[in-house]
Design a protein around this ligand. Structure first.
Ligand code: ADP
Ligand code: MG
Ligand code: MG
Length: 254
């Protein structure tokens, strides 16, 4: 089962080309990682998947579960099962986390033709996820992300993902700013959420996250396209040799 298929994608921001012929295929049950130097277009790709308006697709196609993703409004993409965890989650003072989570959870249920859950029934669902992710239940009554540490914000994004059970979860730099303990918790949660019918795309600059999450496929991206794909050994090779090795290989056509 192919979850996501991207063919020859080109995209620009303010007239500047950022993606320059990007190809990717992700199948159900797989975890993929996109690595690469800063500025290579990793976040641009994740934002295009989510439908961010600042990015203009100029060519190619994105097929998600057999449908043309680019035809869907951002809201409908989310409801169809694309979930993007933000690198910098928003704070929403005055709105409790549990209410916020219930709104997104119910929006998805509605889209699936299911009845919305009231606060009481939702509580049961969300508590089970909080337990699964080994989170402190007091998390739920606090305002959305307000005063959360970096690690807590990331865990809150993972909690949202656990509730929505997206067909494709995209985690952009979920590891940035995390100490090793928080990193392990976040990685453990991603592993706990792995299911045969869903897929996860991890975007990271650093290899260390991949000590705790084992992707099925690792891609190296530079200058708007994927230059190399491989298994976990590629991450170790990158750790040892750095990105320049891939970029130089490209330059000499290796
Ligand atoms: P990465 O996530 O790999 O570090 P990005 O996708 O964030 O790379 O950025 C790729 C390039 O696109 C960079 O040169 C960046 O400056 C540019 N870019 C990304 N988003 C915007 C934007 N909203 N406005 C202008 N330039 C942008
Ligand atoms: Mg960056
Ligand atoms: Mg980025």
């Amino acid at each position: 089962d192919v979850i996501l298929s991207v063919q020859d994608l080109t995209a620009e921001v303010d007239g500047n080309p950022i993606l320059k012929g990007f190809n990717l295929e992700i199948k159900a049950g797989e975890i993929h990682a996109i690595m690469g130097p800063n500025g290579s277009g990793k976040s641009t790709f994740s934002k295009i998947l989510a439908g961010h308006p600042a990015y203009t697709v100029t060519g190619g196609e994105i097929v998600f579960l057999g449908q043309n993703l680019l035809e869907l409004e951002p809201d409908d993409r989310a409801k169809s099962g694309v979930f993007l965890a933000f690198q910098y989650p928003l704070e929403i003072p005055g709105v409790s986390n549990v209410d916020f989570l219930r709104v997104s959870y119910n929006a998805k249920r509605k889209h699936e033709g299911l009845e919305e859950l009231d606060a009481f029934d939702f509580d049961e669902v969300v508590q089970s996820k909080v337990t699964l992710l080994k989170m402190d239940p007091s998390f739920l009554s606090r305002s959305v992300n307000e005063g959360f540490s970096g690690g807590e914000k990331k865990r809150n994004e993972i909690l949202q993902m656990a509730l929505l059970e997206p067909r494709l979860g995209i985690l952009d730099e979920i590891d940035s700013g995390l100490d090793i303990d928080a990193l392990k918790v976040v990685a453990g949660s991603v592993n706990a959420l792995k299911k045969p019918e869903n897929a996860t795309l991890i975007i990271t600059h650093y290899q260390r996250l991949l000590n705790y999450i084992l992707p099925d496929v690792i891609h190296v991206m530079a200058d708007g396209r994927i230059l190399m794909s491989g298994d976990k050994d590629l991450a170790l090779e990158l750790e040892a040799k750095g990105y320049d090795w891939v970029l130089e290989g490209e330059a000499v056509g290796a």
